[in-house]
Design a binder for this molecule. Sequence first.
Ligand SMILES: [Zn+2]
Length: 104
Amino acid sequence: MPTYMYECENEKCPSGGTFSVEQSIRDEKLENCPHCGGAVERLITGGYIRTPTSDSDLRDKGFAKLVRRDKGVYENVTALDGESKFWDANKPDSMPDIKRRISD
Ligand SMILES: [Zn+2]
């Protein structure tokens, strides 16, 4: 099943703000946070698009590919220079720099 990232709008949410949920593509998207009941938004990421292209192709096209390594921890296999190689969902600073990719 695909994994979807959600962002909780409750600043005090115990999830730390973002969390991932495994869902069938036929499932309705979540509207309430399973951690605190707050409103959530499903995030759109390039990390879960399945294509036959290589990691370096994806990086060149501006995608960030995240590979799940542990609960809430993702390896950014397309990390650019200066980017964190690992994304810990509890550490927003380690999130890939999406804005930089868009402006390039
Ligand atoms: Zn929450």
